[in-house]
Design a binder for this molecule. Structure first.
Ligand SMILES: C[S@@+](CC[C@H](N)C(=O)[O-])C[C@H]1O[C@@H](n2cnc3c(N)ncnc32)[C@H](O)[C@@H]1O
Length: 301
């Protein structure tokens, strides 16, 4: 019989006896059971397996960037934007902050029921430096001092924060001058909307987004290109990679940035050139960061 293709294997659950091979060194099965990623009998069902795979891959990519934060800051603040059930935060706390005995993890989440659950679990597990706060990310991004109660996060992370919530996370991290910003974007509709309205007919590049299906795909791609350039223009070094195999998630692009300089004029110029060709200057991310991108990224008249 032929071996199953990878996407089928990834969709299978894993028996308790084989679960250890799916975990990271030092990863606590008891924590994963508390998070309901492992069943009571220690099995990993197919959905939980996909989620754990995403989280563990992201942890592996973040770790080399986050360890220096722990080394260089007495008590760094890590922000999980659009935290949901807080899986990423719990894993980061378990593997990084708990052993270090330092650092704080704050999840920001709009749904009160999820916030309450995260805080209950943190209390139960004794994760005293992990908490969730309820509200819209934009509240913290647009505050006088972007951050949590005036404390700027050293890292802003957003795994599948919906549509423009990813941009709220970027605005927050850029304004707070966070050392590390990492986003794995989710669904994206804003640029597809901006590309509509007959603009395809007026532009030589229009065939790229004339059909609604292409508009959605091109809009999503362009969104992440603009996000990467905006980060670079603000002095971040940016790597764009696949998070994990497509068999685990279709929303799989990781934009991983760390601050290396105050700003980058070349990236700003490239952003300006792109915006001159495409009718997306009204993108919220660009409008909200207009002061720090000015005058180059201002929408064309
Ligand atoms: C797809 S879930 C991802 C959750 C989690 N990061 C994960 O990967 O398991 C996106 C979460 O972001 C939250 N969210 C969406 N927009 C938000 C906003 N503007 N401010 C705060 N949370 C938001 C949603 O309520 C939801 O729980």
């Amino acid at each position: 019989m032929s071996a199953k293709p990878p996407q089928d294997r990834a969709r299978q659950s894993v028996a308790a006896a084989a679960v250890a091979a799916e975990l990271l060194p030092g990863q606590s099965p008891a924590l994963l059971q508390e998070l309901h990623l492992l069943t009571r009998s220690g099995e990993l069902n197919a959905d939980a397996r996909r989620k754990l795979n995403q989280i563990n891959h992201l942890y592996g990519m973040l770790r080399p960037k986050l360890e220096p934060l722990l080394a260089n800051h007495g008590d760094p603040l890590l922000l999980d934007a659009g935290a949901g059930n807080g899986y990423l935060g719990f894993v980061l706390y378990d593997l990084l902050l708990r052993p270090a005995g330092r650092g704080r993890l704050v999840g920001v989440e709009s749904r009160p029921d999820l916030v309450e659950r995260v805080n209950q679990r943190a209390a139960l597990l004794g994760f005293s430096r992990l908490q969730a706060l309820q509200g819209q990310l934009a509240e913290w991004a647009d505050a006088d001092v972007a951050g949590i109660d005036g404390q700027k996060p050293q890292a802003v992370l957003a795994l599948h924060a919906c549509d423009t919530a990813t941009d709220d996370a970027l605005v927050l991290g850029i304004r707070a001058e966070s050392q590390v910003i990492a986003v794995v974007p989710c669904c994206q509709a804003e640029l597809a909307r901006l590309l509509g309205g007959g603009s395809a007919v007026r532009s030589a590049l229009g065939p790229l987004w004339r059909h609604p299906f292409h508009r959605r795909e091109f809009g999503a791609h362009l969104t992440n290109v603009v996000r990467s350039l905006v980060l670079e223009a603000h002095g971040y070094s940016v790597a764009v990679t696949e998070l994990t195999g497509w068999e685990h998630s279709m929303k799989n692009e990781l934009i991983l940035a760390h601050k290396v300089q105050r700003s980058n004029g070349l990236a700003l110029q490239q952003l300006r050139g792109l915006l001159a060709e495409l009718p997306v200057g009204e993108m919220g991310l660009l409008r909200r960061l207009a002061a720090t991108l000015a005058p180059a990224a201002a929408p064309a008249p």
